[in-house]
Design a protein around this ligand. Structure first.
Ligand code: FAD
Ligand code: UDP
Length: 367
């Protein structure tokens, strides 16, 4: 007995966007999620009147007008601009790398002086064609910034030496010879007022959602209820890790409610030295310019994923890329199952890219 056109595994952004579009096209959909809440990694929960990003800080940013207009159908966005501060053994630097950073690091005042300093350090390191994250970072910003603001943070975040990580990871960060502390080069940026959970709730309005339901624990039963499955869980888990497991980084969040209105004066402070055990501290109220008497902070500790942990970041290096390819071949042979999202495609996607990808799938599915 087929009751649904689509069974959607995962109520994160990929699943929620697909579910909304399918329902609007008159399709019958069922969304299941193994967590007790919707919204996947963008889930926010109110604590002391503050929307706490329970699975890590999320700042929405995009250059994609279609995606921006899409999310604005479900939430109003505030004017938050991400400008994290780097704390290296108590020395504070502006991020992303810009004239404030260069001035503090070297005392340079003009863009020409900063460019000359970077060029001098790049030349001394003898890098012409960067082959990994370390070489890429040094050729972008020089050795001093690499040593103080990149090396420790990256090795904590990824648990691997920078020389063994792919260069593209660091290319996510802008390098500017201007006094612009905006972390992103995006046309559109902000935080949904009232939190991401409210936004995803609105996407899923009128759609049947079953929480605390692990698809892989009742695969046959759930499969029999729908014509097609949209699977946004981990691709290797789907195949019961039969080719070995893909590597992920996990994160542990240590949350604290403090009886003070202001702990660090900024939403994100990155601890870029290797010695501080956490990678960053998030003070959630600043995402929404909070005026609450208390504050909630989260220390983030990065770790290698092991069974039972939440897989957060795919490790997109060559070794995992090869294994992913093999899983993808298996996935392509699964009739009536579409793999999507950060875990389903094992891809270091930002939110906007996940939404764009879900909308592209909808364009193909609902012609
Ligand atoms: P997810 O949100 O992971 O959703 C997948 C869902 O599937 C989950 O709810 C999970 O419980 C469910 N699921 C998995 N397996 C099963 C199963 N077997 N049965 C049932 N349900 C299952 N992007 C940005 O644009 N800006 C940011 O600032 C940003 N910050 C980030 C910070 C962190 C710490 C992390 C980890 C990511 C960040 N991202 C950011 C990326 C962003 O989180 C993702 O792009 C996006 O949330 C992915 O959506 P998704 O639907 O693919 O996956
Ligand atoms: N990074 C760094 N120092 C910082 C912030 C970031 O070296 O203070 C590096 C690190 O390798 C990280 C990458 O830049 O993985 C991309 O940073 P981004 O903030 O985009 O990571 P996200 O947590 O959003 O995935």
């Amino acid at each position: 007995m087929i009751k649904y056109d689509y069974l959607i595994v995962g109520s994160g952004l990929y699943g929620a966007v697909f579910a909304r579009e399918a329902a609007d096209k008159g399709k019958k959909v069922l969304v299941v999620d193994k967590r007790p809440n919707i919204a996947g990694n963008v889930y926010t929960e109110e604590i002391e009147g503050i929307n706490v990003h329970k699975y890590g800080a999320h700042i929405f940013h995009t250059n994609n007008k279609r995606v921006w207009e899409y999310v604005n159908r479900f939430a109003e966005f505030n004017r938050f601009t991400n400008s994290p501060v780097a704390n290296y053994h108590g020395e504070l630097y502006s991020l992303p790398f810009n004239m404030y950073t260069f001035n503090k690091m070297w005392g340079v005042v003009t863009p020409d002086e900063a460019a000359a300093k970077i060029e001098e350090q790049k030349k001394a390191a003898g890098i012409t064609e960067p082959k990994n994250l370390e070489e890429q970072a040094i050729s972008l910003v020089g050795t001093d910034i690499y040593e103080k603001l990149i090396k420790g943070y990256t090795e904590k975040q990824w648990g691997r030496p920078c020389a063994e990580l792919p260069a593209f990871i660091i290319k996510r960060l802008p390098v500017r010879l201007t006094f612009d502390n905006n972390y992103f080069n995006a046309l559109y940026q902000g935080i949904p007022i009232g939190g991401y959970t409210k936004m995803v709730e609105k996407m899923l309005e009128g759609i049947e959602v079953r929480l605390n339901t692990d698809y892989l624990e009742d695969k046959a039963g759930l499969d029999s209820m729908a014509d097609k499955v949209i699977y946004t869980g981990a691709i290797d888990a789907y195949f019961d890790y039969k080719l070995g497991n893909l590597e992920y980084r996990s994160v542990r969040f240590e949350n604290e409610v403090l009886d003070i209105p202001n702990f660090q004066g900024n939403a994100a402070v990155n601890y870029t030295d290797l010695e501080t055990p956490w990678t960053r501290i998030i003070e959630h109220k600043w995402f929404e310019f909070g005026t609450q008497p208390k504050t909630v902070i989260s220390r983030e500790y990065s770790s290698e994923w092991k069974p039972g942990d939440e897989p957060y970041y795919p490790v997109n290096d060559d070794k995992n890329g090869e294994l992913y390819k093999l899983y993808k071949e298996l996935a392509d042979k699964e009739s009536n199952v579409i793999f999507g999202g950060r875990l389903g495609e094992y891809k270091y996607y930002d939110m906007d890219a996940v939404i764009a990808s879900a909308l592209e799938l909808c364009d193909k599915e609902f012609v």
